[in-house]
Design a protein around this ligand. Structure first.
Ligand code: ZN
Length: 190
């Protein structure tokens, strides 16, 4: 039975490599997959997924008005799996479409994304994936200041913690640090 699977974390590390690996495993068996990513993330050009070690491949860019269900339905061949990168940037209607891809088309969906932003609010895509997913998994990261699990993301700018501002800032000079709750509120930096 097809499932809607969501694997989330506090940082980007390793997600894309996992997506590319899963895609490779399917394709090695002659099974086609569809890779999608948010059109919001343009760091590597619109419609690409890339890892830090330089692996890169084309993906379908999800725009705000993209009809994901219609797109998958109209493919000449039903894919064996849908893989989604940067799932935190999806809109509510995208996530509901993905649930229908699973339930009505019987195609499994694996989405990867970040759970909370630096203000410690859920990203829209994450919120609805957490609500609708059949299976959840956490990408574990350790707090940069202690050995506890990182559950939050601290944004710093020139060494100062920042808790307010626009949710999505791509290409700026700020740094995002995985932290535990205690060190989110009281980071040992000044
Ligand atoms: Zn800590």
């Amino acid at each position: 039975m097809a499932q809607l699977y969501y694997k989330y974390g506090t940082m980007n590390s390793g997600k894309t490599i996992e997506i590319l690996k899963v895609a490779h495993n399917y394709e090695e068996q002659g099974k086609s997959v569809v890779i999608m990513t948010s059109a919001i993330d343009t760091r590597d050009g619109v419609g690409y997924v890339s890892s830090r070690i330089g692996m890169r491949r084309q993906a379908m860019a999800i725009e705000e008005d993209t009809d994901i269900l219609g797109y998958i339905k109209n493919l000449p061949e039903k894919p064996f799996c849908i893989l989604i990168d940067e799932a935190q940037f999806l809109k509510r209607h995208h996530v509901y479409d993905l649930a229908r891809v699973v339930d009505e088309l019987d195609v499994p969906v694996m989405a990867f994304g970040l759970k909370n932003d630096f203000r410690n609010e859920l990203f829209e895509g994450s919120k609805h994936l957490l609500l609708l997913a059949d299976k959840l998994d956490e990408i574990k990261t350790i707090c940069q200041f202690c050995s506890k699990k990182a559950t939050m993301v601290l944004r710093t700018d020139h060494g100062h913690p920042i808790y307010d501002g626009e949710q999505i800032q791509i290409g700026g000079n700020e740094t995002y640090i995985p932290v535990c709750r205690k060190h989110y509120f009281n980071p040992p930096i000044h």
